[in-house]
Write a protein that binds this ligand. Sequence first.
Ligand code: GRF
Length: 219
Amino acid sequence: MLKIGVLVSGGGTNLQSIIDSIEDKRLDASIAVVISDNPDAYAIERARSHSIRTEVLPRGGFAAREAYDLALSALLKGHGVELVVMAGFMRILSRPMLEAFPMRIMNIHPALLPSFPGLNVQKKALEFGVKFSGCTVHFVDEGLDNGPIIIQAVVPVKDNDTVEDLGKRILAEEHRIYPQAIQLFSEGRLRVEGRRVFVKGGAEADSALENPVATIFGG
Ligand code: GRF
């Protein structure tokens, strides 16, 4: 069974969706360890309450990002981790992690990449005036929110949305697609060619979306 290591910094609702998917037998994987850079992350409590092993690796004490990532990769390898799952881990990974886990690190981002990389992206999407946003699960490479895209889910942006409304709508989709992406990996169904990720046996979406839905032509 695929052993995953989940990296967290905060509330851990994505971690929770992964735990729930495993417990409901929708996801065939085991969480070898949950690692946080933040000792106060609520995600740590979530892991403990499901008897999952946890480690806290604070940033302090490491002079450079590379030194931190070397320690992080050693910790993950020590727990036998085969796939690293970033779930709200607020750090950019450097070479030692990318070399230890090539195309074996996933991240989830609350926007439709390559639009709106970085932070506070629900607010940026709303302010920009896009009619759709969503979330993206992707493999991690050296760029910020840049690696090959595995799955995206799209949500509408509504006229009266607050940042919180849009954020909640996106988060619900994150909780749905992240366990799916991990399951596809665990079944060996992901093939990466350059920037493109192909899913073996994947049913592709077949219809266009529009928002607002055009009723102006009587449609
Ligand atoms: C999510 O919005 C995720 O897309 C982003 O950080 C947030 C983490 O939320 N990378 P949680 O800690 O999983 O609740």
